[in-house]
Write a protein that binds this ligand. Structure first.
Ligand SMILES: [Zn+2]
Length: 378
């Protein structure tokens, strides 16, 4: 998926406790916007020096991305008001993205969090318009403020398009949710509408490209393709969320816990893995487990040293193992497995391992429930 992963890229700072990141793809759009601004200023103000064209291009571009951060922060401030944690804000090639930890719990929350963004962009458009209108002292300030007023206005309007994943799609979902009382149905409406808009953008983009506007047309088609992917992905997320609703760790864990001793060599361990087909073991201690060892950890040591290296040297000590609680929702475990990049988690209760959960087990439950759902609804 084209969306940047959480926390990927360069961290540039923290506002209201929310870390702000620049994804590597952002540098492309920053360079493109700066270059096009410089070209625009050069043709509109041929009297300025080349240094002035460049400097104003860069400053205006930076102010534009500051406006995008302001937009994302406004969503985040409202989300925080409802005690929804905002994990990060990332600038990437298609703009800004605020990662929030969970979906809002009511239609009204959804609506308010979504509408805060376009309202903040409209507010900024108004501020820049006032600057260009009332501060006529410097030609450069006026030129930058005029462009910033225009782009923030366009940003507000574009984001109000009623299709997921745009803010307008969330506003639509909030309204549909309030009317139908059904979050899944509301999500389906918003993402269908988002997909239609995305197809429309791809179509217009290709048509533009074929009529000679190559760069603008392809860019538009590209954004449309991104929106299409995002609309699909966000709906898939809703389906997964609903399907796993009510499933907890203890419902899907396997009670048998494969264990090994810490003195075992890696050579013996790999034999054990080959014999049993299990790739993850608890390293047993006298009264509490010492750690977790996986085939992956054995692979971190060159094969030639397997017969002289003990499990103890490569295992993850138990206090650093990602574990699940008995009553933890399966969806949360799946999300943590994705962010922490692990495939197995021990289920721990009162300091003891009571079961194991694999990512494949959660996916099997998901698949079975989806198939069962299809059988019962037809
Ligand atoms: Zn927004």
């Amino acid at each position: 998926m084209a969306q940047p992963a959480q926390g990927s890229g360069i961290r540039i700072g923290r506002i209201f406790g929310i870390p702000i990141y620049l994804h590597t793809s952002w540098f492309i759009i920053f360079a493109l916007i700066t270059l096009s601004l410089r070209t625009q200023f050069t043709s509109q103000h041929p009297g300025w020096t080349s240094a002035q064209h460049w400097a104003l291009g860069i400053i205006t571009s930076v102010l534009f991305f500051a406006s995008v951060i302001f937009h994302e922060l406004s969503h985040s401030v409202v989300a925080k008001h409802y005690r929804i944690t905002v994990q990060s804000i990332t600038l990437f090639v298609f703009g800004g993205l605020a990662k929030i930890e969970r979906d809002p719990s009511s239609a009204m929350q959804e609506f308010k969090i979504a509408i805060a963004g376009p309202l903040s962009s409209l507010f900024l458009a108004g501020c820049f318009w006032m600057v260009q209108h009332y501060l006529q002292g410097s030609e450069m300030v006026t030129a930058a403020a005029y462009w910033l007023a225009e782009i923030n206005f366009v940003l507000a309007i574009f984001n109000l398009v009623p299709g997921f994943p745009l803010d307008g799609g969330r506003i639509l979902r909030g309204i549909a949710w309030a009317i139908t009382g059904d979050f899944t149905r509301a999500s389906r409406i918003a993402s269908t509408s988002g997909s239609l808009f995305a197809y429309f953008m791809i179509f217009v983009g290709i048509w533009q490209a074929l009529s000679g506007n190559w760069v603008g047309g392809l860019w538009m088609a590209f954004i449309g393709w991104f929106l299409l992917e995002a609309a699909r992905e966000s709906f898939a997320h809703v389906v997964i969320r609903n399907t796993l609703l009510g499933v907890r760790a203890e419902d899907i864990m396997t009670p048998e816990i494969p264990t090994v001793g810490r003195d075992m060599t890696l050579e013996e361990y790999v034999h054990e893995v080959l014999r049993t087909g299990r790739r993850c073991h608890v390293v047993a201690g006298d009264d509490h487990p010492y750690g977790l060892v996986t085939l992956q950890s054995a692979r971190s040591v060159p094969k030639g040293e397997w017969h002289t290296t003990s499990i103890q040297a490569v295992m993850v000590p138990f206090d650093r193992v990602h574990s699940a609680a008995r009553d933890e929702p399966a969806l949360r475990i799946l999300e943590r497995m994705q962010t922490e990049d692990v495939n197995q988690m021990p289920v721990v209760s009162e300091g003891r391992v009571v079961g194991m959960i694999g990512r494949d087990a959660i996916l099997r439950v998901l698949q079975a429930r989806l198939q069962a759902g299809r059988l019962t609804t037809t």
